[in-house]
Design a protein around this ligand. Sequence first.
Ligand code: ADP
Length: 489
Amino acid sequence: MANPNQEIKYTKLFINNEFVESVSKKTFETFNPANGKKLADISEGFKEDVDIAVKAAQKAFKRGSEWRNTTATHRADLMLKLADLIARDIEILANLETLDNGKPYESAKGDLFFCTMLLRYYAGYADKAHGRTIPTEPNTFSYVRKEPIGVCGQIIPWNYPALMTVFKIAPILATGCVTILKPAEQTPLTALYIASLTKEAGIPDGVINVITGFGPTAGAAISMHRDIRKVAFTGSTEIGKLIMEAAAKSNLKKVSLELGGKSPLVIFDDVNLDEVVPLAQEAIFTNSGQICCGGSRTFVQENIYDEFVKRTVELAKKRKVGCPFDSNTQQGPQVDKITFDKILTYIDYGKQDGAKLEFGGKRWGNEGFFVEPTVFSNVTDDMRIATDEIFGPVQSIIKFKTLDEVIERANNTEYGLAAGIFTKNLNNAITFANSVEAGTVWINCYNATSVTSPFGGYKLSGIGRELGEEGINLYLETKSVSINLAANN
Ligand code: ADP
């Protein structure tokens, strides 16, 4: 049940299957964004704590260790057990997520359900990292092995704290790697709780380590570490560049990045507006607009443009903003004051740049970090609200005429995470899907992410793909072995 008084049990670093204070004994505060009140003091990790966690992870990954001797099939069992434990504690986890992040309780539960699906799906991959045999010389037998990379570092953001934790640890467990994971400083609670469940599931010491702390200290210690062989990062493009630079400067660790977006959602005049107006709005307002693949450029064909704007505004007026523990709330607060201020600044830019503010545009209520659902019309491609990632509940509606023109304009961005199109015309849909520079395309749906489909970005939106088979390959090395069959020994 939704419970804003959920007890917070875990506030310390998780290293070697134990909750421990940081070496410095420093702590930082985590807040409830719905009212700005402190939730807990959290241990603040620094480089020395990352070093200790790396040592524990190295020991767990050492040849002959319990983890290295665990069969792939048993790793799958452990993952299924972890999925069961998340399902058992789904209400506790959803309460912690709602307290820490501000997302509506039912949405948090939805995220956690996705976590269980992902663990179960990747459990199926654990014993299927098949190599292959390769034809080379007549007297040679050659084969390819897939091996775990080893010690990984994983840095995650605050918009889907539990989901991102499981996005990262599920392939670690499936491939037999080990990790040092750093949650975002705004939202450490569910990663720590999930860490406790990994221990309960029977995952050996040192396989999963969680270091809470800040980016420039704990995060940078991970990306710079010489004994970490791979870093996976989800967050802003700006920090993604720093991660890649640090990886290059230290030990050329492998890098995968899932970064920002400015995704186009194109709506043709042949659609049923009763269905599409709500879907287009949910595409950007979901999770208070704090979603990297949100449909943040709503392109609408010119002859339905006015009607589309009218209906969108009517819908925005009805959107229920409020306490994320209330069952009818659709939109909770933004995660913190920094993001809240940034969104209001962009709303000002929209007005300054000549867009028409149709609805919203202000703070909602007088405590916490709520922003009114906001709709702009008459948006043009060069305005800052059409070029930059806002990460808030701001819908920018842009007019277009033809397919060719909208493809060109959709691609006129450095981002390339996702794109969507609504139309009954199959040719238009497929031509758009084939032409748009984006890692994911949704036709007549949006944000329909599935554990089975690879997810990631073109261009500034990232490197590599998570989920699906591609997500497993991010954590595997490829080894070629050749045997001389003519040798006399
Ligand atoms: P957002 O803009 O969504 O807050 P960020 O990219 O700033 O996202 O943060 C995502 C994650 O990256 C967080 O865990 C944050 O602590 C971490 N981070 C921020 N700066 C750095 C850095 N210089 N090095 C490593 N990690 C960082």
